[in-house]
Design a protein around this ligand. Structure first.
Ligand code: GTP
Ligand code: MG
Length: 346
């Protein structure tokens, strides 16, 4: 599955149906009055957040969404049928932004099942029956339906995870994700193995939380170096950052500083988020060096450092315990596992 975190789409609500002009014509009723019914209302454009999706890829193939118009009114005071609302399904965490310079936020769908009416369908026009009065008993007036509304909007997905993994490329982020979750992220012995974010669910001691793996950061990412910082948006909404540092690297303290610098450069409160630090690849260094590095890192960061070896599953429990503890009630069991595969925006 490709990852797409942004898409531009066109939406239009349905126009209202026209009001009818009609007069009652029946045998033995000489002056049947006006009986043209009103037109039906056009369909709304509605967005709905659905669980189990973490991409906007489908919007690359379907970009135009038009709700049907209302039906016209008819004789015998029949009101036209309303156009059905068009419900567009988007992943939880999708923001709807205007296509203006500031990308004004129009809606933010953060809860499963949440619905937002973005565009209202046009009202149906009045039929001639509604113009009848004591002075005008045979009106021919009627209205066409109100036009629908239309606009281009941007959809932007900011994944909703509890914990975001950050670190330099090759720090072992994806390896970690794979060992503690059901995910099967690509792992490689080279930088930038991960090109798109991935989520996994961690189950630990009866609790659950969602972990997001994003591409590695390098010095200058905030200015676009490497894959840049464009995926940091996905950890903007996490409660915690889990900062992984390659324990077998030459200068782990410097690695920590570089990533902290990029988090600050990005802004959006990332550098204020609680950070938990783990030293990866603990199996590759001897005890002496490991405790030396951990001490140096603790001194520099002021935080406790957790040595881990994800492939050997060593050191994971104390780290996960801390995460659960810091997440507090946010880590409570989430039911309904996501179903993938059969999804389409409509
Ligand atoms: N021995 C050992 N190797 C590890 C450990 N964790 C990761 N590796 C190896 O380190 C390399 C990089 O791991 P990845 O998980 O792909 O690193 P990443 O941080 O996701 O890298 P990018 O996606 O490129 O940013 C791979 O060859 C892994 O097998 C570990 O705890 N011990
Ligand atoms: Mg990776």
């Amino acid at each position: 599955m490709h990852f797409l975190d942004q898409a531009k789409i066109f939406v239009r609500s349905g126009a209202g149906g026209a009001g009818a002009v009609s007069f009652r014509r029946e045998k033995f009723i000489e002056f049947g009055g006006p009986d043209g019914g009103d037109g039906g209302k056009g369909g709304d454009i509605v967005f709905e957040a659905v669980p189990g999706l973490n991409t906007l890829i489908d919007f690359r193939y379907t970009q135009h969404f038009r709700a049907p118009r209302g039906k016209g009114g008819a004789g015998s005071n029949r009101t036209g049928a309303g156009g059905e609302d068009l419900v567009i399904k988007v992943p939880v965490g999708t923001q709807i932004l205007a296509d203006d310079e500031d990308r004004t936020l129009l809606a933010d769908l953060t809860v499963d099942g949440e619905q937002v009416v973005l565009l209202k369908g046009g009202l149906g026009g009045r039929g001639n029956a509604s113009y009848k009065s004591s002075t005008n008993r045979a009106p021919r007036q009627h209205q066409t339906g109100e036009a629908g509304e239309e606009m281009w909007v941007w959809l932007r997905l900011k994944l909703l995870a509890d914990v975001g993994l950050v670190g330099l490329p090759n720090a072992g982020k994806s390896t970690f994700l794979n060992s503690v979750t059901n995910a099967s992220a690509k792992v490689g012995d080279y930088p930038f193995t991960t090109l798109r974010p991935q989520l996994g669910v961690v189950r630990h001691k009866g609790r659950e939380f969602v972990l997001a793996d994003i591409p590695g950061l390098i010095e200058g990412a905030a200015e676009g170096a490497g894959i840049g910082d464009r995926f940091l948006g996905h950890v903007e909404r996490t409660r915690l950052l889990l900062h992984l540092i390659d324990g077998a690297a030459e200068d782990p303290v410097d690695a920590w500083r570089i990533v902290r610098g990029e988090l600050e450069g990005y802004g959006a409160g990332l550098d204020d988020k609680a950070e938990i630090i783990a030293l990866t690849k603990a199996d590759l260094v001897d005890d002496k060096r490991r405790s030396k590095i951990a001490k140096a890192l603790e001194k520099e960061s002021g935080a406790k450092v957790y040595p881990v070896s994800a492939p050997l599953e060593e050191g994971l429990d104390p780290l996960l315990d801390t995460i659960i503890e810091q997440l507090g009630s946010a880590a409570e069991a989430v039911d309904q596992p996501a179903e993938e595969g059969t999804w389409s925006p409509l």
